[in-house]
Design a protein around this ligand. Structure first.
Ligand code: CTP
Length: 221
């Protein structure tokens, strides 16, 4: 099995020395890559810049990227090789409308930065990249966690969405621990609070199982 994983934050350049980013540590995506590699999968890890000293797991094909646009291009290029695709990256929804080639000088008391929408990479997997394997997304929610995550699952053509309650301070972003709900089309399954490696185990195990079932039923047809 080949597993493609996106991880980490993206950096959206403003000028040569400034960028917009977010607090994603990349830990969840790297843990998923580690677990999948340990299960003898070929792993393609496409990651934004992480600055938490994370090491690329052994035996993983690592593709570093910076911006959401770079990540889009890398996924478009590699997803055709994958049986399972897991999108754990915290992709910036917007980027500066223009990149200033020279460092911006301060002028005046206010500065308005115009942002434009980035393409939805996960949302492009089915319609644009024509990916037919098992597709897994993540959803960060603060309320109606299962309902909102299922909405994303249906909209983006996912088989599973790993839903996080980001209103909780003790889990998520910077933390080593997480508590997630695996949301499927018709039901859901809570994974008890655990370190990100154990959560990664559950996510990978379920995703590989779904892909095996899918491949078997495809062979049967
Ligand atoms: N994603 C992506 N490309 C984007 C934005 C998001 O691939 N440009 C992926 C993320 O990797 C994640 C999922 O889509 O798997 C998150 O979906 P999103 O709609 O961004 O949900 P939230 O991050 O929860 O944000 P919001 O509810 O504000 O839309």
């Amino acid at each position: 099995m080949t597993v493609l994983i996106t991880a980490g934050p993206t950096r959206e350049g403003i000028d040569p020395v400034r960028y917009l980013t977010n607090r994603s540590s990349g830990k969840m995506g790297y843990a998923i890559a580690d677990v999948a590699a340990a299960k003898e999968c070929r792993v393609i890890l496409i990651s934004g810049p992480t600055d938490t000293g994370l090491e690329v797991p052994d035996g993983v094909d690592f593709i570093p990227v910076e911006s959401a646009a770079d990540m889009y291009d890398a996924v478009e290029r590699w997803i055709g090789k994958a049986d399972v695709a897991i999108f754990a990256a915290a992709v910036a929804d917007y980027r500066p409308a223009e990149f200033a080639e020279q460092k911006m000088k301060k002028v005046g008391e206010e500065l308005t930065l115009k942002l434009v929408r980035n393409a939805d990479i996960l949302g492009s997997a089915r319609g644009k990249f024509l990916f037919e394997g098992t597709l897994v997304g993540f959803a960060a929610e603060t309320e109606n966690v299962v309902e909102n995550a299922r909405g994303k699952l249906l909209k983006k053509g996912c088989d599973m969405v790993v839903a996080n309650d980001v209103s909780r301070k003790d889990i998520g972003f910077d933390s080593n621990e997480n508590e997630v709900i695996l949301v499927f089309r018709d039901d859901e399954e809570k994974v008890a609070k655990a370190d990100k490696h154990r959560i990664a185990h559950s996510v990978v195990e379920v995703a590989l199982g779904m892909e095996q079932d899918r491949q078997r039923s495809e062979e049967g047809n």
